[in-house]
Design a protein around this ligand. Structure first.
Ligand code: NAP
Length: 278
């Protein structure tokens, strides 16, 4: 891209109307005084490859990809980071000057940075993590927790075979617990994470017994609508340190923004308020 062009980026998904990413990147561009635009793009599965191949010609320096395109975007890429390969999915694409597409996955990074910021004394190496859910998001959480040295992970999912699959892939530091026993894995854990969609607006509540929650534990929920899920409310009431899921979304956006627009953004209260529309 020639230097005088205003850099463009955006997020591709289907649907895309509810994405918070345009507000998030728009806030950073404005407050940091940087030239650039970030737009939502609704693109069907059939048109994905053609759209992505065309974007660099229109001045795009990269984009985020979200449901249902994360796996397909990874396959289209010429260069893939180790963490994106491990996830089997990309959420951040960088269009390089030489025409190559570089794919990254920043979900695990966003998860860890959110906990570091929200619970500064969190020591993930101090003991096991308990993870509820074994879907797409759980993969990123497991990979990132293992990478930073969590000694063991207790993993429970309604559909046990999915959790068993993650254990086969990630190894013997993962222990799979039956869904009906999920409450039992909580009391020994230093870190407790809900990666299921339970508790989200429009979904059933998480019904796992939470009497094992206690002070000293760091508890986080990937669900951020509502911000204070019943799971986090129970953890607060039990004296745990809690971190809501919005921060993961905010932090996962930072590496892409830096690559596209040239400066590292900060995740702070101003950003949170802007994204929440407050
Ligand atoms: P996914 O691949 O569809 O996985 C959904 C998970 O929820 C699976 O473990 C599934 O269990 C479980 N689940 C769904 N309904 C259930 C029920 N009735 N009873 C028990 N378990 C149930 O979705 P995902 O991509 O992993 O996303 C999971 C959640 O994380 C979503 O709410 C998503 O919005 C959120 N998320 C947040 C961030 C963030 O930045 N904060 C990032 C990514 C995702 P089964 O395997 O048994 O179906």
């Amino acid at each position: 891209m020639s230097e005088h062009r205003i850099p463009l980026a955006g997020v591709i998904g289907d649907p895309i109307e509810h994405s918070l990413s345009p507000r998030l990147h728009g806030y950073w561009l404005k407050t940091m005084g940087l030239p650039g635009h970030y737009i939502p793009m609704r693109v069907s599965v059939d048109n994905l490859e053609q759209v992505i191949r065309t974007l660099p010609k229109a001045g795009f320096v990269g984009c985020n990809v979200t449901i249902p395109h994360k796996e397909a975007a990874l396959k289209m890429a010429d260069l893939v980071t180790d963490r994106a390969a491990l996830m089997g999915a990309a959420n951040t694409l960088i269009f390089r000057n030489d025409g190559q597409i570089h794919a990254d996955n920043t979900d695990g990074y966003g998860f860890i940075e959110n906990l570091r910021q929200g619970a500064p004394s969190w020591d993930p190496k101090a003991g096991p993590a308990a993870i509820l859910g074994a879907g797409g998001a759980a993969r990123a959480i497991i990979a990132s927790l293992l990478e930073i040295g969590v000694p063991e992970i207790y993993l429970s999912n309604r559909t046990r075979t999915r959790a068993d699959g993650l254990r086969s892939e990630f190894g013997t530091r993962i222990h799979v617990i039956d869904w009906v026993q999920a409450g039992n894995m909580i009391d020994e854990a230093v870190t407790v994470v809900n990666t299921t969609s339970l508790g989200m607006v429009g979904k059933p509540e998480l019904r796992v017994p939470l009497d094992g929650l206690k002070p000293g534990q760091v508890v986080t929920d990937l669900v951020y609508t509502p911000l204070q899920t019943q799971f986090l409310q129970a953890a607060n009431a039990a004296g745990c340190t809690t971190v809501d899921g919005l921060g993961m979304l905010l932090h996962q956006a930072a590496p892409g923004f830096e690559r596209w627009f040239g400066q590292r953004p900060v995740v702070d209260d101003g950003l949170r308020r802007a994204v929440l529309g407050k």
